[in-house]
Design a protein around this ligand. Sequence first.
Ligand SMILES: NC(=O)c1ccc[n+]([C@@H]2O[C@H](COP(=O)([O-])OP(=O)(O)OC[C@H]3O[C@@H](n4cnc5c(N)ncnc54)[C@H](OP(=O)(O)O)[C@@H]3O)[C@@H](O)[C@H]2O)c1
Length: 251
Amino acid sequence: MKKLANKTAVITGGNSGIGLATAKEFINQGATVIITGRNRKAVDEAVADLGENAYGVIADSGSIASINTLREQIKAISQKIDIVFINAGVGKFNSVEQMSEEMFDEIMDINFKGAYFSLQQILPLVNDGGSIVFNTSINAHIGMAGASVYAASKAALLSLTKNLAIELLPRKIRVNSVSPGPVGTPFHSTDKLGLTDEQLQQMGEGIIKQVPIGRFGTMEELAKIVTFFASDDSTFLLGSELIADGGMYNL
Ligand SMILES: NC(=O)c1ccc[n+]([C@@H]2O[C@H](COP(=O)([O-])OP(=O)(O)OC[C@H]3O[C@@H](n4cnc5c(N)ncnc54)[C@H](OP(=O)(O)O)[C@@H]3O)[C@@H](O)[C@H]2O)c1
């Protein structure tokens, strides 16, 4: 029996990286998946790649006006949702001296405020007994120069995980988090991080030295963890976090 047979999932930021790999794994495990994204072309291409059990919705997690269209767009595809993976996020890094209000707001608007209000939109559609998973980051636990605002945006999601787990207990909706260490996705690109090729290479080499297993994680490894939280394999887990980081934090 497939782990997610007859389940319907929403994955925010599902057109790329960990979100897209998780959509593939959910579908392999029998689910129907609705991905969200801000870029129509990227979402359409991902849906075509995912096949017949996938649907796409356009919503910019950095805009409340756009997020406010989520519920109706999702309802037009499915009246009921079992799994929500709040995954959309950006990585922007700068020192406290150099941080602009614009960059601060972009990080917080997408990673924290967008996560919160996306979930608020979707929640009335979630079945009692459903599962919500946040994608946070190892940065919520460690100190890294230039990462303070990104880390704070992810630490906020860990706080949400615990508080919403207790708040949603009467509906038997479980809330948990996965906190990835470095994972090989388009997140680590010159475009998305705003770095030069040389800076990106240096950053990658610097990160690998801090990972005991000696490599980046793969999107597929993360997708399996999210599937664990989404499925009935984890029914005794509430408000919990799995740090998936090749030993970076624990060793
Ligand atoms: N890769 C890592 O090392 C790592 C480590 C720790 C945590 N994470 C977290 O994992 C999550 C997924 O990242 P990833 O590594 O899979 O990177 P990715 O390939 O860049 O995926 C991020 C996804 O979020 C979407 N997104 C970003 N801003 C959005 C917005 N305003 N509205 C809607 N969608 C938006 C992206 O859409 P576009 O394609 O349009 O940009 C993309 O689909 C992020 O929350 C990230 O912080 C990643």
